[in-house]
Design a protein around this ligand. Structure first.
Ligand code: MF3
Ligand code: CO
Ligand code: CO
Length: 269
């Protein structure tokens, strides 16, 4: 019958998942996180981002997963690699990393139909103090958001926690990109904003799956997309950082599907 729903969703169109669905997301999230763990040793001055992407593609295959990004809206790579003032969706290229570059690597895999989406920051060579602070604040901002995840809180509570923390550090939250629901699809409702007002937005319920993936700039929040139609950069060319986890809402809080098996989510500890 038209309009019948194979899966329960809320009035906002957010799918509510079952206990066995959590297991599927754990398996997918683990593969994505393992791949990023294994990339740590390869991020060095002199390596090109295309070389890093090739390694990622091989690892996806070796783990029996598939890449969610290859073929997604015409994208042809297994990762997005965003260096310095690139905010997100950096395209792997022959460009080589330089000493002191900071970069986000974002990987999304599909395992048994479930999507695992995670990104984190890496450093090539020696980290300078401003970049170190940006990375720390962005990492901690993600966890301020995650700590708000429990039934009864709203998506606005998540965005508000992130924005308040970042702006207190005199940095800015990117408005032009957001987190998203996911599960058996890559991008689903809701849009998970990384700014906003406490109490606004849909109410969180057990069984919702989504990403939180704040992008934080040292300068102003505005971005622009380059002529390749993918690469987003800061308009003022200030440094930008991002961390992303895929998360599920449990009866009393959250589960992170993309935890690093080797505890390497943060690049410096
Ligand atoms: N993984 C990204 C996200 O966090 C999406 C990348 S889409 C791509 O939602 F096509 F640019 F790879
Ligand atoms: Co995402
Ligand atoms: Co991602």
């Amino acid at each position: 019958m038209f309009g019948s729903k194979k899966f329960p969703t809320t009035k906002d169109g957010i799918r509510i998942h079952s206990a066995s669905d959590f297991a599927g997301m754990h398996a997918a999230g683990k593969v994505a996180a393992e791949i990023l763990d294994e990339m740590c040793e390869h991020v060095q001055p002199g390596v090109s981002t295309a070389e890093l992407d090739r390694l990622i593609e091989d690892k996806v295959t070796a783990k029996g997963a598939t890449s969610a990004t290859i073929g997604y809206r015409g994208y042809q790579h297994a990762s997005c690699i965003s260096i310095n003032h690139v905010v997100c969706h950096g395209i792997p290229s022959e460009k080589r990393l330089k000493d002191g570059d900071i970069l986000n690597i974002d990987v999304t895999v599909v395992v048994d139909g479930w999507f695992g989406d995670t990104s984190r920051m890496f450093v090539a060579g020696k980290l300078n103090r401003k970049a170190e602070r940006l990375i720390q604040v962005t990492h901690d901002a993600l966890f301020k958001g995650i700590e708000m995840v429990k039934p009864g809180n709203t998506f606005g509570d998540i965005g508000h926690a992130i924005q308040t923390y970042v702006e207190a550090q005199r940095m800015s939250v990117v408005r032009d990109f957001c987190g998203h629901g996911l599960g058996t699809v890559f991008h689903a409702p809701p849009n998970v904003l990384h700014y906003g007002r406490a109490g606004d937005g849909a109410v969180l319920e057990e069984g919702m799956f989504f990403t939180i993936e704040p992008m934080v700039n040292l300068g102003r929040p505005e971005t622009k997309v380059l002529s390749d139609d993918w690469t987003a950069v800061t308009r003022d060319r200030s440094l930008s950082a991002q961390f992303e986890h895929s998360i599920g809402v449990t009866s009393n809080g959250f589960e992170i599907f993309t935890l690093s098996p080797e505890n390497r989510f943060h690049p410096t500890y």
